[in-house]
Design a protein around this ligand. Structure first.
Ligand SMILES: CC(C)(COP(=O)(O)OP(=O)(O)OC[C@H]1O[C@@H](n2cnc3c(N)ncnc32)[C@H](O)[C@@H]1OP(=O)(O)O)[C@@H](O)C(=O)NCCC(=O)NCCS
Length: 183
């Protein structure tokens, strides 16, 4: 499902039972970004419905069976996730709603691998553009998406409501460098 992952990790589509497991890692993985208000924002961004109705376009990476004996990562431990979907409105578009990688596993290509898998899935459904957003404070996310080839917008004030400014990313998969997209 995901071709290149560090040893001891496997990927699969989300299931409903993953909801509490993913919610449980958000605060740590986002490093408390924007304090308690940020924590509430993040948890409200991932209601259970994503784990019911968007499972086939979303991914979870976790520790393999047999890795629990001191091996890293631990068996069954959530290592990364990507929640995305195909646009219901725009037949050319797909959307990555939320993505996260365990901080202990940053910089090993897991985020890129998740996006590659999503790009391939979007392409297989005839989608050309992938969109996503982040908060202006999340400079790491902006750097990551820019590195993957996304165009990064200027800050959009009140994009998600009063005081909820956002930066938007878009990538055109037709113009996308071959090394980033699974063919
Ligand atoms: C952003 C995030 C998903 C990146 O995951 P990752 O697995 O560490 O990223 P990768 O190892 O696949 O990196 C892919 C490329 O992006 C670059 N990159 C990743 N994080 C970066 C950062 N913080 N600053 C600059 N570049 C970065 C990598 O260097 C790599 O480029 P390279 O191929 O030239 O080496 C991860 O840092 C994360 O989960 N952050 C917290 C949650 C978050 O902010 N999510 C996104 C907003 S919803």
């Amino acid at each position: 499902m995901i071709d290149v992952l560090p040893g001891g990790l496997t990927a699969r589509h989300l299931v409903e039972g993953d909801h509490p497991r993913v919610l449980a890692v958000l605060d740590t993985w986002w490093g408390g970004l924007k304090g308690p208000a940020g924590a509430l924002e993040r948890s409200l961004l991932l209601p259970r419905l994503y784990f019911q109705h968007f499972t086939t376009t979303s991914f979870l990476v976790e520790g393999d069976e047999g890795q629990a004996d001191g091996g890293q990562p631990d068996e069954g431990k959530v290592a990364a996730f990507l929640v995305g979907f195909l646009s219901q409105t725009d037949p050319d578009a797909a959307y990555v709603h939320f993505v996260g990688v365990d901080p202990q596993l940053h910089g090993q290509g897991i985020g890129r691998a998740l996006y590659r898998a999503f790009f391939a899935l979007a392409r297989s459904h005839g989608r050309r553009y992938v969109h996503c957003i982040t908060s202006p404070q999340n400079t790491a996310s902006q750097a990551f998406h820019a590195r993957l080839g996304f165009t990064v917008s200027t800050m959009k004030p009140d994009y998600d409501g009063p005081g909820l400014d956002r930066v938007a990313f878009t990538i055109d998969l037709d113009a996308h460098p071959v090394h980033l997209a699974s063919e």
